[in-house]
Design a protein. Sequence first.
Length: 615
Amino acid sequence: MIDQSINKNIEHIKLKLKTIPETPGVYQYLDDSGKVIYVGKARNLQRRVTSYFNRYDDHTPKIKMLVRHICDLRITVVASEVDALLLENNLIKQYQPRYNSMLKDDKTYPYLCITDEDYPQLLFTRDRTRLKGQFFGPYPNQRILRELQDIIRKLFSYRKCKKKLTWDSQHQRVIGGDRPCMNHQIGLCKAPCVGLESHDEYMETIGRIRKILRGDFGEILDAMKKEMMDLADQLRYEEAEIMRRKIRLLEEYQYKSTVVNTNVRDVDVYSIISDSKLAYVNMMRIKNGSIIYSFSTEIKKQLDESDSEILATIIPALHEKTESTAREAIVPFVVEDIPEDYLKQTVATRGDRKQLMELSERNVRSYQHQCIHQRLLVNPDEGRGQLMERLQKELHLKRIPVHIECFDNSNIQGAFPVAAMVRFTDGKPNRSEYRKFNIKTVEGPDDYASMAEVIYRRYKRLSDEGKELPDLLIVDGGAGQMEVARHVIVDQLQLDIPIAGLAKDDRHRTNELLCYDPDWQIVVVGLKPTDQLFHLMEQIQNEVHRFAITFHRDKRSKGTFRTQLTDIPGIGEKTARDLLLRFGSVKEVKLQTLDDLTKAIGPSKAKTVFDFFKK
C-alpha cells in the first residue's frame, strides 16, 4: 500500500477501500476540487480499486500520475458487467474525466438513428451530436447491431444514398433526385428519389422500421418463422438456416437489460433505509433506458422523522439538484406529501421498474454499510451502536441486543469435556462476564447434551437469583444446537430469550447466521461476508471458540481433570488420557478385552485396569 509521500490523502482513502464490496460496479476518482478525474468499471470493485494503491512501482506512468492526484473516490453497484460497461460510458460522457482515454469523443457505444429528413435514413453512428433524428440504443454488442441493421435492410427497402431529398407537398413531387442508383437496380431501394415510390409509402416503411427498433416486431417474427418453415418444406435448407439465424438475432435483440431498456425512458428511482439516527437515500436517473446518474446520501434525523417524511423533503431537493426532467419517480412506497402534479409516483411490483428499484436498494444498502464501517473504524462506539440496531432488525428482535451471550463446547473424543460462554455488551467483549463450565452429567463425546447442561445451569441460576437475562443467546453451531437451546430455554425453563446460531463451513469458517421465525422455523439471515455485521458475528464466534479451547488446554496441562481411570492404583493421567483418546469414554474402556487394553497401554497396566473393572 502506498504511503503519504505518494498521496497525502491515503489515510482517508484507506478507510473507503476497506468498505468497498466485491460486486460488479463503477468507480470514480475525484481530485482536491471534487472534480471527477477518472471513471472505471470492474467485475470485482474491491479487488480492482484496491489494486491502484498496491504495488505502485509496477504501474504505468499514467496510473502513477492518477494515483498521486486522487483525493476521494465513490462507487456505484450494478447488477452485471454489461450494466457496469454501459454506466461507465454514461459517466465518462457526463464528466469527461481527465485521465480517461477510452470511450471519449467519437469512441462511444453505437446507436441506430432514423434521421430527421423528408426521406429519413437508417444510419449507424457513434456520435449523437453529428446527426439529428431519433436514436435507438446504445447497443453493448456491435456485431448484433450491425447484423440487425442488415436484417432490416433486407426486410425493407429504404434509401441509403447521400442525396438530399426534399418532398414538395404542394406539387406532390420529390426534389433533389436525378436517376436511380445501383441500390435500386439490385432491389434494395424502390427509388423514391425519382418518384418510383411515393412519399407516403416510404414513410410507412420507416414507421415499420421504428416498430422493430422499439421492439414491436411480433408480426414480423411470425412472418419470418412461417417463411422459414416454408423453405424447409421445399427442402431449401440453406435458405431456411439463414432465416433461422435472422430470427435468432431478432430475438436476441429483444433481450432487455437492467440498464438498456427502451420501455423506461425518463424516470427517477428512489430507495431509502434508516435506523434510529440516520437515513440513507439513493437516487438513480434513468434516461432513454440507461442509468445516467446515481447518487447516495446520508441524512441525519433531527426529529426522528419517518422514511416517508424524509423522502418528501429529499426527493424535491435531489430532483432540482440533478436538474431532472423526469415526471415519474419509482418509489418503495407512496409518499403522500408529494403532489401528483409535481411527480407521478410508481410503486413497482414487477417487471423492469421492479428490477430498477431492486438495483437502487442494493446501492443504498451498500452505501449504508460503507458509512457504518467507516464510522466504526474512526469511532468504534458509535459504529457498534448502529450495528446493534441493524442486528435487531435482521433478527426481528423486540429490543436492541445490548447483551449477547454465546456458548461453545470443547473436548477431545469426549475426554476433558468443558464449555465456555462469552458476553458482548454493546458489541464489545465484556470479559468480566465470561464463564467457564466443567461438564458434570455427560459422559463421552455428546456436544448436544453438553450444550443442554451448561445452558440449563447458566439460566436456571440467573432466573432463580432474579438477575438480568441476555438480550440474545447465540450457540456456536447449526440447527441441531439451536434446537437443544430452544428446548432448554423455552420448554424447560420457560424463559423469553431470543436464540440464534452461527454455523461453519467445512473449513471451520463462519458461514451463516441462523435464527427462528415466528413459527419456530429456522431461517438463514442474509449477510454477505463483506458486511460489517457479519464480521461482528464472526468475532463473537472466534472469541468463544478461543476461550473454550484455552480453558480446555489449561485444564489438561494442569492435570485438574479426574476420571474413574485416575482412581485406579498405578494408573496416572497420561495412561488415562491415552485410554480415553483410544476408546472415547470410561464406559467403552470397561467393555474392552485384556488383549485390546494390552495393545493400547501395554500388558502390565492393561492387567491392572482389566482386574480393577472386573472386580
